[in-house]
Every structure is written in C-alpha cells, then in structure tokens.
Ligand binder design. Structure first.
Ligand code: HAM
Length: 411
C-alpha cells in the first residue's frame, strides 16, 4: 500500500497541476448504462446482478459511462472545457492472469467541451507527464483515428453498421481472422492494401484516396495534434502514428490512443483513451468528449518489472523511547510534540534498555531515535541520535522537534 500511495500521490500532483478536478461515482450502476454503448466485449465481462427489488445492476467495468451520467445529470451547466478526473476500482469478469484482474483500479480523466487539436495535444501531454512523474519512461504512445479505419472498411464494402466484428478483430490484432473476414467481400489486392495499415507508423506513410474526406481530415487532425504535442516539449520519438487502433469499447468516435510498456508481456497496455460520444444514452445533444484511463495495478507491475522500482516502505521519522523507571509520561509528551509537527513517530512503550531500543529503531529503519532516560528526565533533556549519520546530542525536552527536523530534511 505504501508503494501504491506513493504512485497515486505522484500522479495526483500532475492532475492537480493541469487543474483536473476529482469526481467520484458509485461502484455499481444500472446495467443498461454499460450495455447501451460500451459494446458486446464489455457485456461478456460484466459482473451483472439483480438487487432485491429485481433491478438489473452491474459493478462498473470502467468509469467513462458513469462520469458521463454524472455530467449529463448534474454538471451540464458547468463552464467548458470541463476537466474531470477519477481514481477508483473497476470490475471485469476477465480470465485472471498476470496484469489482468477481476478487480483493478483505474485512474482516468475526461475532458468535456473541447475537441480541438490543441486540447487533444494537451491531453496526450498530460499522459506523458503522468507517466514521467510515475518514473516510467520506456513507454510507447500510439495515436490513431477511427475515421481512417472506418473509411477504409467502408471502401472495402463494409458500411459502418457492419464494422463492429471487424473492429474487434483489429483491436485483438487477429490478422488471420481479419483477412478471412475481409476476403469474404473484398478483392485480395484491396485486402492486402488494407493490411498494410498495420505496417504504417508515420502519418506521411498513409495513402489516401483523393475522395477520402473524413480520413483526410482525421490525418490532418493527427498531424496538428502531434505538432502541438511537440510544442509542449514532448519527445516525439516516443509517440507513433498507428492507424490500426480500434479500442475495445464501442463509444469511440475519432482520435484514439494507447500507451504500452513493452517490458511487460501480453498485458502491456497501461492506458487507453480517445474521443467518444455517449450523449445518445442520455438523450442529450452531443458534446465533445475525450478522455483516457490507465490501469493503476498494471502501472505498478511495470514499475516493479523495470529498473525504476519505487523505494520500499516509508521510514519512521523518530523512534521515541522512555528508558526511565519514572514511566513513559515524558516520552509521551515528546512524541505528542513531534506528531504535532506532522512527523511519523513510533513510541516505545516497553521501557526496555537503550541497546534494545536502538535495535528496534534500526529494524524499523527509523531516521532518528529519541531516548528519555531517568537522568535526562531529571535534567529536562532527551538524548537524540541521527541514525543515518550516527550524530548524537542532548536537547531540552521542549526542543527535540526543532533539533531533529533539520536532520529529517536531508534526503
Ligand atoms: P480500457 O482500455 O478498457 O479503457 O481500460 C483502460 C486501462 O485499464 C487499460 O489500458 C488497462 O491498463 C487497464 N485495465 C483494463 N482491464 C483491466 C484488467 N482486467 N486488469 C487490470 N487492468 C485493466 C477504458 O476503460 C476507457 N473508459 C478509457 C477512457 C476514458 N476512454 C475515454 N475516457
């Protein structure tokens, strides 16, 4: 938990710096919220149940639909763009394996009311900053646009309503299955040409038909996003164009992106997101929305698997012990004063000898020890020791905090 908290704190600080505001929604929702638009993939993975009144409910598999419910019910009139973030548990009835759990945590953001290239670039910049703060750098961010895929499938003779199963094959990178499904309708050469998309990694490699209007606009948008992202200071060597991102959820409409940690095996995807539209679920007019969510547990595994492991455990700032037959009262007062300074203090209540006390302090990896013995009590002082440097001195009982805080400031 110490590692999780530390990672959470680092990420929260970045979200705070970008002025994202936290929201929280219930763990369970009406089943329909997820089946309406998230697609069949999610339906198979849902923990769905009836409550005592026979209502169909589900544990949330993700937070975008719940946050949109919150938005359309309560936040619609807020000034735009609206920047929201969340951090909470999600549940999917997946087959558990390394990096894939039935209960896992997502940290995510939703940007409502601005779908400009500048806004999308800032969102991607936020992704990079979040992972930089986490201490993970060996990552690859891939950016694509559904209009490119959909336009191509359309040309192969698969109009939008028939594209669902194909998009799922693309999402799973099942190229053989995809080839078969496409060849059922389209000529071989056209299928070959389509499959070349999987080898495209730069925007200028994308071949567009003169009349591929939506795809052209999508390509121009991505180009603009990448330009703005570079202007923010991003290392574009870590960002790759990938026109084959299909995403597993059905509500995406435009720009899509995924972030992988290649050091992880099959479950290397740490984050996914894009532009989406859930307004029809709430019978509301469309509003521009883009967001992402990262798998918090997976990110932690990635940190542990790579060289950037988080330092273990938190250290005790002060181990305070009474050595006196006079009882623990003076040590308690010292501990209270240190805790009032927001220090992490463990108080030894066993009145054992100095040697034992120092052993215990070392075990705890305490940074300082404060010993209040009988002679010290008589003189109103405590013996304090910097356990990192070995430095030792006496301080008046009322000044212990003042004396040890400079020691604690050292890294
Ligand atoms: P998603 O790609 O389904 O997107 O999930 C986001 C991330 O959650 C994944 O990249 C992965 O790291 C993590 N994740 C998913 N399933 C599991 C699991 N079973 N165990 C551990 N980690 C998992 C969404 O959920 C969208 N709501 C993201 C979004 C926000 N799009 C727009 N706004």
């Amino acid at each position: 938990m110490a590692k999780r908290r530390r990672l959470e704190d680092r990420m929260r600080r970045v979200l705070h710096a970008f002025n994202y505001r936290e929201v929280q929604t219930p763990t369970f929702e009406e089943l329909e919220l997820f089946t309406a638009k998230s697609g069949p993939g999610i339906r198979d993975e849902l923990y769905a149940f009836k409550d005592k009144s026979g209502r169909d409910l589900a544990l949330r598999p993700e937070l975008t639909a719940p946050v949109m419910r919150f938005y359309f019910h309560d936040l619609k009139t807020e000034a735009k763009p609206l920047r929201l973030f969340y951090f909470g548990p999600c549940f999917r009835y997946d087959r558990p394996q390394a990096g894939r759990y039935r209960e896992f945590w997502q940290l995510g953001v939703e940007l409502v009311g601005d779908a400009s290239a500048e806004a999308h670039a800032e969102l991607l910049w936020l992704v990079l900053r979040v992972f930089q703060a986490a201490g993970l750098n060996d990552l690859e961010l891939r950016v694509g646009h559904l209009a490119i895929l959909r336009n191509r499938l359309d040309r192969l003779g698969f109009p939008q309503p028939d594209q669902g199963p194909l998009m799922r094959l693309i999402d799973k990178k099942d190229l053989e299955g995809l080839r078969k499904a496409l060849e059922a309708k389209a000529p071989n050469a056209a299928v070959q040409e389509f499959l070349r998309l999987f080898e495209t990694s730069r925007v200028d490699q994308l071949r567009l038909e003169p009349d591929a209007g939506t795809a052209r606009r999508a390509r121009d948008h991505i180009e603009a996003v990448l330009n703005h992202l570079g202007a923010f200071g991003a290392d574009l060597a870590r960002v790759r164009f990938d026109p084959t991102i299909a995403r597993g959820l059905d509500y995406y409409t435009g720009l899509v992106f995924e972030l992988d940690c290649p050091a992880l095996g099959a479950q290397k995807q740490l984050l996914g997101g894009g532009e989406y539209d859930l307004s029809s679920v709430f019978e509301a007019p469309p509003v521009a929305c883009t967001g992402f969510a990262l798998g918090f547990d997976r990110t932690l595994v990635a940190l542990e698997e790579t060289a950037h492991a988080l330092p273990a455990g938190e250290r005790v700032d002060a181990y305070v012990a009474s050595l006196a037959v006079t009882g623990t009262a003076p040590a308690q007062r010292v501990a209270n004063a240190l805790r009032d300074l927001d220090l992490r203090v463990e108080l030894d209540l066993s009145a054992r000898g100095a040697k034992k006390v120092l052993q215990r302090a070392a075990q705890l990896r305490a940074r300082t020890a404060v010993l209040v013995g009988e002679r010290e009590v008589e003189r109103g002082v405590a013996a304090i020791k910097n356990l990192d440097t070995g430095e030792q001195l006496e301080a008046p009982l009322a000044e212990v905090g003042q004396r040890i805080t400079p020691w604690l400031a050292a890294p």
